[in-house]
Design a protein around this ligand. Structure first.
Ligand code: NOJ
Length: 576
């Protein structure tokens, strides 16, 4: 039974997202490049998996020197991806299956091939002369860090045509747009409206902390940037209901939360600092890296939501960790220096965890139960591998592995024509790891994650509830309760609050369960847990996967034994 789209302005708080790199997903016309029709062809698969929203990486006109994040035409689909009609078909079919569609909005910069830049560089007094940031020398904004440190040594690049320097925060072929120019803002807002008019459900906002510059600052998170994002939100809210802005802000929690504004800026922000700490916690076999960052994460406004992820199309970024932690992460997860890219590690989830099924399950269970909406990266649901011999972040962008057949079922083109070679090694190659085989195998990771998605989708408290971290003397045990506000004290409960969910059918609306207890063993050995559940005395615990009833909470302390990398999700039911 497929879902239907609900008129729910807070849908993104309960959603499971799935990131699609269209180029690598499915090639519908067998030219070697995945395309929008290819994504449409696989929507039934995504609906079957149970996800609620797909995030499409940029499909706009581009020379593709940075995976399409180098845009040469903000208002048209790149012909290699298909046509605008193909996009409309994709959105319509997705909506009919109850799936929303968002796409990247890259506002900070364009490609140096964009006609705006070509005009801007042509002279100092052309109509677009001021659309980019030009200076006679490279002395300004010295406080701004270089983001791609392994590829660029300055944020300024010399243009031999205009005989001036231009400003760029990423690759030098990606000049930053000048947001002090009203025409630039207007042009970007026009692109936003165009895509929303076609039916997109929102945007993943690329690289927004860097929109404005100011001397004697680090040129990040400036008030003018927040003002512009608030304006963008206002424009969208005024004409397009139920849309979402999911912001890429690679910053510390205190700066990150500013981007929610007062529920009037971005609806969602990726929780960048949490991500590497989940990997740290697993290797250290201790909860501290996670609990520490959670304690440093301020509360966010009611309608705002974190975007949680383990891996994406970029490197596992280590910008938001200390130098010591970065060294630790490199020594643990990038033993071969070819695995390092920019300030991070360009590997997929499965190889990062040495293909350990139990660690992958533990990490996903964490991802699906911590406050926020989980975002899966294509291929990680079958534990696809990576190819560290490919350049830049292509290592994690190889073709989706659908079948054990030629090119992994991604394309019928000749192997030589493919945009990147599919994996063919004996552990992660498509003959061993593919959707078709896992679909047939009841014990596969794919079917496990499908079940996880359905369990999470059935319990709204995972999406909208608060969190209380529980103390346990055992540092390898991480436990917390997710709860609806006012539910921690039984005396404040209303009659409606005690509904219990039993034997629900897939596709049915989630029923309210007020409190869920999550307990994790971060170590590779069995561990005892002794939890202080005194607030829940008299409650019974019902395990969410099998609905097995566990012993009642009789006194304050509750004992459990967890297997290696084991975890439990319990409903805390006050109904006896
Ligand atoms: C962030 C994107 O995720 C990354 O892939 C890209 O290289 C930079 N922004 C520059 O657009």
């Amino acid at each position: 039974m497929s879902k239907s789209l609900k008129d729910d302005p807070l849908w993104y708080k309960k959603a499971v997202f799935y990131e699609v790199f269209s180029r690598g997903f499915y090639d519908s016309n067998n030219d070697g490049f995945g395309d929008l029709n290819g994504v449409t062809a696989k929507l039934d698969y995504l609906a079957w998996l149970g996800i609620d929203c797909i995030w499409l990486l940029p499909f706009y006109g581009s020379p593709m020197k940075d995976g399409g994040y180098d845009i040469a035409d903000f208002e048209n689909v790149d012909p290699s991806y298909g046509t605008e009609g193909d996009l409309i078909d994709l959105i319509d079919k997705a909506h009919s299956l109850g799936i929303r569609v968002i796409s990247d909005l890259v506002m900070n910069h364009s490609s140096d091939q964009h006609p705006w830049f070509l005009e801007s560089r042509s002279s100092k007094d052309n109509p677009k002369a001021d659309w980019y940031i030009w200076r006679d020398d490279d002395s300004m904004y010295k406080g701004a860090r270089i983001i791609f440190t392994d590829a660029e040594n300055s944020n300024w690049a010399w243009d031999h045509v205009r005989q001036q320097y231009y400003w760029h925060r990423f690759y030098s072929h990606q000049p930053d747009l000048n947001y002090d120019n009203q025409e630039v803002k207007d042009a970007m807002l026009a692109a936003v409206k165009k895509w929303l008019d076609l039916g997109l459900d929102g945007f993943r906002l690329d690289a927004v902390p860097y929109l404005f510059q100011e001397e004697n600052t680090n040129c990040e998170n400036l008030p003018a940037t927040h003002d512009f994002l608030k304006l963008l939100r206002k424009e969208i809210d005024s004409r397009y209901p139920n849309r979402v802005l999911l912001a890429e802000i690679n910053q510390w929690p205190a700066d990150l939360v500013d981007y929610f504004g007062n529920d009037d800026e971005c609806h969602m922000c990726f929780h960048f600092p949490l991500m590497p700490r989940m990997f740290m916690a697993i290797r250290r076999e201790q909860r501290l890296p996670i609990t520490e960052i959670l304690s440093l994460t301020p509360d966010i406004p009611n309608n705002s939501q974190w975007g949680l992820f383990l891996r994406n199309h970029d490197e596992l970024t280590l910008e938001q960790v200390s130098d010591e932690e970065r060294d630790y992460m490199f020594s643990e997860y990038a033993k071969d220096s070819r695995m390092k890219r920019h300030m991070g590690i360009a590997r997929r989830l499965a190889p990062l965890v040495d293909n350990s099924r139990s660690i992958a399950e533990l990490l996903y269970a964490l991802l699906f139960s911590l406050p926020g909406s989980p975002i899966l990266y294509y291929g990680d649901e079958i534990m696809m591998g990576d190819n560290i011999y490919l350049k830049d972040r292509d290592s994690v962008r190889t073709p989706m592995q659908w079948t054990p057949d030629r090119n992994g079922g991604f394309s019928l083109a000749n192997f030589e024509q493919l945009y990147l070679p599919p994996l063919m090694d004996s552990v992660y190659g498509y003959p061993a790891v593919n959707v078709e085989s896992q679909f047939k195998n009841p014990g596969s990771f794919l079917l496990w994650i499908k079940k996880l998605i359905s369990v999470r989708s059935n319990y709204e408290v995972f999406g909208t509830g608060k969190i209380e971290v529980l103390h346990d003397d055992n540092p390898s045990v991480f436990a917390f309760v997710r709860f609806f506000e006012n539910e921690m004290n039984p005396e404040t409960q209303t009659e409606n609050d005690s509904r219990i969910e039993v034997g629900r059918m897939e596709g049915e609306d989630p029923v309210s369960v007020n409190k869920v207890l999550c307990v994790y063993n971060l170590s590779r050995f069995p561990q005892p847990a002794e939890l202080d559940l005194s607030k829940h005395k008299g409650a019974k615990l019902v395990e969410l996967n099998g609905r097995v009833i566990f012993p009642m909470v009789t006194d304050g302390s509750y004992r459990l034994t967890l297997g290696p990398h084991g975890y439990y999700w319990f409903e805390i039911s006050d109904q006896i």
